[in-house]
Design a binder for this molecule. Structure first.
Ligand code: FES
Length: 114
């Protein structure tokens, strides 16, 4: 499967292991977007990790907006390890969405102030 090369994949054991603080930190430090991909709801190998991810999603978006980050720069998607085409499609779609949004203004602001 081909997908845009300008993303950094960080593998974790379960989407539920991604602390929302890491998402907020990445985006407030200038990352253009963060997408968490986890197993389909009900199919987590750790039983409820993705339900935790899902439950944290809206709260994380609120924190991002309060930090001056457009919450649209953060998404969660449920993709099983057997769905490579769906993985690639979502990476392409998210990359295109972020490209249209432009660079993270917080990163641009840092460069200007440096
Ligand atoms: S193992 Fe928990 S979301 Fe995949």
């Amino acid at each position: 499967m081909q997908y845009p090369p300008h993303l950094r994949i960080i593998r974790v054991m379960c989407s539920g292991m991604v602390n929302p603080e890491l998402v907020v930190h990445a985006l407030t430090q200038g990352a253009d977007g963060v997408i968490i991909m986890g197993c389909h709801l009900g199919e987590c190998h750790y039983l409820e990790g993705n339900f935790k991810t899902d439950a944290r999603f809206e709260g994380t978006r609120v924190v991002l907006e309060n930090c001056g980050v457009d919450a649209e720069r953060f998404e969660t998607v449920w993709v099983s390890s057997a769905e490579a085409p769906k993985f690639a499609e979502n990476v392409v779609r998210f990359s295109e969405k972020i490209r249209k949004m432009g660079p993270n203004p917080l990163r641009v602001q840092k460069v200007v102030n440096a």
